[in-house]
Design a binder for this molecule. Structure first.
Ligand SMILES: *Cc1c(COP(=O)(O)O)cnc(C)c1O
Length: 401
């Protein structure tokens, strides 16, 4: 197992044939510096113990594993939840943001720069910046700014500067371009902090490593509760960071099946989805190679999901490799299945999940039905407070209200 993490990715940042770094030379110099610093720092006792202390005292880790008794009774099977919704700021994203910001501090950086779509990564990074007394600049499309107002307010309260992006479709892709441009203007004082296991090397590796804490904790907690390993582990996949976090602890477990759940949106017939591994093919995006939903020219297709955090045409290079190797099974959940799971978990367990996480719950419910004797560990990546207004305005209070 330790061999897997030592050798994956390889020295060039490749996960099999995926990943790598396809960026302008001036940016490559910066990435090389970050890579070298990360390799050095990640072995430093001081860095590790500081991160450990942050996780415990600031983030409130470990988050619990919880046996969802009522949901299990309803669906069959035994469904357990890794409660990342109880991590500070309400999702798993703070796990890698605190790591990235700590690295920035060690590198002597003054400013964190990133893009955000729905604002979740922006809020987590603004939180990390406040903790480390770093400046924070979040680039966000004007369309998203209007749509995700509460997160914009949170970022500003936390002291971040929100830069509206006004060109093109004014959403995530333009925000990435804009954030890269800002970073290129000041690479000495600033660092670009990517929000998932995507982007050029070393980000897919670094973000995975920072998220491994989820898997390490969950494996130990699940074993303590049950005396065995889970039969199945389920996580939703946007870029793939929460999934890599929990999968990483079970990759060598022969009796555990791993399931990544992609957003099927309005269904494959319409093309309105973001099920990258299910329907995409290998291509290049944002400086790395991965499976990609693409048009005929190889450009990224417009994608859609009810969960903005899953709305990405690419996917992490490590997932692309694990898909080819069939080490992880990739499934889908539609908007409708997601909403059903959203209300079911809320009503049966008193836990309102993020719409992203509800995709994982939806597939877990299906699996529990099909395999009623088995255990299922779900990574509940975040809480649903951010989604409640949107859900109620568009879908009311669910079917059985
Ligand atoms: C951003 C987000 C995701 C998707 O990101 P991954 O990198 O695929 O984990 C999933 N769940 C929540 C709650 C999120 O905020």
């Amino acid at each position: 197992m330790s061999d897997y993490f030592k050798n994956t990715p390889d020295g060039n940042g490749m996960f099999g044939e995926y990943g790598g770094s396809f960026i302008p030379p001036e940016l490559q110099k910066e990435m090389d510096q970050i890579t070298d610093a990360y390799y050095a720092i990640s072995k430093s006792h001081q860095f590790i113990s500081e991160l450990r202390s942050i996780r415990k005292h600031f983030q409130g880790r470990p988050t619990p594993v919880y046996f969802a008794r009522n949901l299990s009774e309803e669906c069959g099977g035994r469904i357990y939840l890794k409660r990342e919704d109880l991590n500070h700021t309400g999702a798993h994203k703070l796990n890698h943001c605190m790591g990235e910001a700590l690295l920035a501090k060690y590198l002597g950086k003054k400013k964190l720069i990133a893009e955000t779509g729905a604002g979740q990564h922006g809020v987590a990074l603004a939180t990390a910046a406040a903790y480390f007394r770093l400046d924070c600049e979040i680039h966000m499309g004007e369309v998203d700014i209007a749509k995700e107002h509460p997160n914009v307010v949170r970022m500003k309260i936390l002291g971040a500067k929100v830069v509206p992006v006004t060109h093109g479709l004014k959403t995530l892709k333009e925000a990435v371009d804009s954030a890269f441009e800002a970073y290129l203007k000041d690479p000495v004082n600033a660092i670009y902090c990517i929000g998932s296991v995507v982007g050029p090397h070393p980000f897919p590796m670094m973000v995975r490593d920072f998220q491994r804490v989820v898997g390490v904790e969950a494996r130990e907690q699940f074993f303590e509760m049950t005396g065995e390993m889970p039969d199945n582990v389920v996580a939703c996949v946007g870029g793939g960071s929460n999934a890599m976090g929990i999968f990483s602890a079970f990759l060598d477990e022969p009796s555990t099946s791993l399931y990544g759940v992609e957003p099927l949106g309005r269904g494959d017939q319409t093309g309105d989805h973001a099920a990258t591994l299910t329907y995409g093919r290998p291509g290049l995006l944002h400086g790395f190679k991965c499976y990609l939903l693409q048009d005929e020219q190889g450009g990224p297709s417009p994608v859609y999901s009810i969960a903005s955090g899953l709305d990405y045409p690419g996917v992490g290079p490590e997932h692309s490799m694990l898909f080819d190797k069939k080490k992880v099974h990739y499934k889908t959940a539609s908007d409708k299945e997601c909403l059903d799971a959203f209300f079911k978990l809320s009503r049966k367990e008193g836990i309102i999940p993020a719409l992203e996480s509800a995709h994982a719950v939806a597939y877990a419910m299906e699996l529990a039905n099909a395999k009623p004797r088995q255990s299922i560990l779900v990574n509940l990546s975040g809480r649903g407070d951010k989604d409640i207004d949107f859900v109620v305005e568009n879908f009311g209070y669910g079917e059985d209200s």
